[in-house]
Design a protein around this ligand. Structure first.
Ligand SMILES: Nc1ncnc2c1ncn2[C@@H]1O[C@H](COP(=O)(O)OP(=O)(O)OP(=O)(O)O)[C@@H](O)[C@H]1O
Ligand SMILES: [Mg+2]
Length: 584
């Protein structure tokens, strides 16, 4: 049984200890009621029926009815409380899972398919809830029923009871065989479900590319293949369950035959009353439904164990980027940014993306980063708000290693705009503010003005307009401008802008640059630049190549002195002028 794997979820049950107590009491009460029925039957047969006592018969029949009523009430109570407790546990567990996912570093998410995380958050947690809410109850019920019924049988006729035990022993063997077989099936099934979720998710997010490239049949084939694998695996699971069910179900019938035979002999010899025999048979009948349910519960427990392993794979991953024990808040930040002998490799990769990287951005200075594509500019930008941590060396803000600053404090000093402007399915306002404390609407307006994102006022509901998933209802340039407004909002002392104007037209770009220049005046800016026109914003430019700074100076100095720099920027000109107009 996968009960040990459930230990982790015990704390989740703690707040609902009252519900659990009511549940356990009603379960035991219900069981006691059920187990007393054969006793009453035995009493009726051997007492009132044998002696022709009508009054006694009516009275005991009434008692039987009372017991049945009580059992009914207790079963209803048990189901209700178990359901309520397990649903609350599911919600708590899911909330914690989400919080944990958020606390994990970016590199964790680089390496995990989102479908696998989705299926864990939805399907696996539900599987655990189903087992805790139903399977576990039935399992406990079965165990207690077995113990109670066996004790009653032993008390009634120990020889017959031993016969029953003899016939039940093979259950252990069959269950073990089933356990080994089903564990593999359950794991495979849940992993396949995760893959399938990924495929659906990729289709939904990449629908434009898929359609534009006419890849629908390919995607369909991929999906159908995965769906058919799920079907085959599910079938194997059903077969394993059916095999167990047929074998296990056969056993009570066998023991019933044997008991009838041996018990009959006992009755004839006067060692057992007829009522006793009927009661004994009733006990065996009490064992038939647990047998029926056993296969189902074993498979549920196996699924729950797998689900819990899959969850643990995520929950046991410790956040690598978190606050160090002695990290502190950086109260006032002048914005001096320094990269000191920084070396960086992506986790699980052996390639140095940055090595021996030294750079200082003085407070208020705007520094441009220029380099070939793939030279590590974006990677460098990620190091500032600690989306990744350096492999060697230090990144310092105001002379303090960023790892010694509380993450919350560090990130509150940095405005960030990524290459890919990601927007959430929420209102424009929520997308801009992102839950930060914003002093006034003026500030919001100013940020929108800086980013030339005035189009938001013309949206149907203004700032309250919801932008679709990833902001698809907006154009690329509009999304980029919103992302820029988000970065400059709140006037952070450090601005890290990764090619923030790549999707806007030349005219808008000029306007944004004009207002951005004003913002950047008192701000430390790290600006990844691809277009020469953006270089007007920078005070100095660093040329990155081979993972390090190969040249640094003003744009004009580098234009004059550095061949690679000239080549990179003139290539840009060719890209900007698709008709081959010669570079100026
Ligand atoms: N998550 C990742 N895991 C492993 N390697 C990565 C990851 N992200 C980027 N890389 C690698 O790191 C190198 C630098 O990438 P980076 O995105 O920093 O380049 P860049 O200078 O920003 O390029 P571009 O000008 O095209 O934006 C590339 O070789 C890339 O393949
Ligand atoms: Mg980049």
């Amino acid at each position: 049984m996968g009960l040990l794997a459930l230990r982790r979820y015990v704390p989740y049950m703690r707040p609902y200890v009252f519900l659990v107590a009511v549940f356990v009491l009603s379960q035991l009460g219900g069981l006691a009621a059920a187990a007393s029925v054969p006793k009453v039957i035995q009493y009726i047969i051997d007492g009132p029926i044998t002696h022709g006592d009508r009054r006694g018969l009516v009275e005991t029949a009434g008692l039987l009815l009372l017991i049945a009523g009580l059992e009914f009430v207790l079963i209803v109570a048990r189901r209700h409380y178990a359901g309520v407790a397990s649903l609350r546990m599911e919600t708590d567990l899911r909330n914690d899972f989400y919080a944990h996912l958020q606390s994990l570093q970016v590199s964790f998410h680089d390496n995990w398919q989102s479908g696998q995380l989705l299926s864990r958050a939805i399907a696996d947690i539900s599987t655990i809830r189903r087992f805790v809410g139903f399977g576990l109850i039935w399992f406990l019920q079965i165990v207690v029923t077995f113990i109670v019924v066996l004790a009653l049988m032993l008390q009634l006729d120990w020889e017959l009871a031993l016969v029953v035990v003899f016939f039940m022993l093979p259950i252990a063997v069959f269950s073990t065989i089933f356990h080994t077989k089903y564990r593999v099936i359950a794991r495979r099934l849940q992993d396949l479900t995760g893959d399938l979720t990924t495929t659906i998710e990729e289709m939904a997010t990449g629908v434009r590319i898929i359609k534009a490239f006419g890849r629908m049949p390919l995607m369909q084939r991929r999906f159908e293949e995965q769906a058919s694998q799920i079907r085959t695996t599910s079938l194997a699971g059903i077969k394993a369950r059916a095999d167990l069910w047929t074998t296990i179900n056969f056993l009570p019938n066998l023991s019933l035959g044997a008991v009838l035979l041996l018990g009959g002999v006992n009755v004839v010899q006067g060692r057992l009353t007829i009522g006793g025999l009927v009661a004994f048979m009733s006990y065996i009948f009490m064992l038939t439904w647990p047998m029926d349910a056993l296969g189902w519960i074993l498979s549920m427990s196996e699924e729950c164990q797998t689900a819990s392993h899959r969850l643990n794979e995520v929950l046991d991953t410790r956040p690598e980027i978190s606050d160090r024990p002695r990290a502190r808040t950086l109260e006032r930040c002048t914005g001096r940014l320094e990269f000191r002998a920084v070396g960086f490799k992506y986790p699980k990769s052996d390639e140095w993306i940055l090595r021996d990287f030294n750079l200082i951005v003085e407070p208020g200075e705007t520094l441009g980063l220029v380099g070939r594509t793939g030279s590590g500019k974006t990677t460098l930008a990620y190091l500032v708000p600690r989306l990744y941590d350096v492999t060697e060396g230090n990144v310092l803000l105001d002379g303090v290693d960023v790892r010694d600053i509380l993450l919350r404090s560090l990130r509150s000093h940095i405005g960030f705009a990524f290459e890919e402007p990601i927007l959430f399915s929420a209102s424009v306002h929520e997308n801009l503010v992102m839950g930060r404390p914003i002093d006034s609407d003026e500030e919001l307006k100013r940020a929108i003005d800086v980013a030339e994102a005035g189009f938001v006022w013309d949206l149907p509901w203004g700032l309250e307009t919801r932008v679709g998933e990833q902001g698809y209802t907006l154009s690329g340039g509009q999304r980029q401008r919103l992302a820029l407004a988000r970065a400059v909002l709140g006037r952070p002392p450090v601005l890290v802008l990764d090619d923030p104007l790549s999707s806007v037209d030349v005219h808008t770009e000029a306007m944004i640059e004009e207002s951005l220049a004003r913002v950047l005046e008192g701000t430390t800016g790290l600006l990844v630049v691809h277009r020469p026109s953006t270089l007007a914003l920078t005070d100095r430019v660093a040329l990155v190549d081979g993972g390090t700074v190969v040249a640094i100076g003003t744009h004009h100095e580098l234009m004059r002195s550095n061949e690679l720099y000239r080549a990179l920027l003139s290539q840009e000109y060719v890209e900007v002028e698709p008709y081959g107009v010669p570079a100026v």
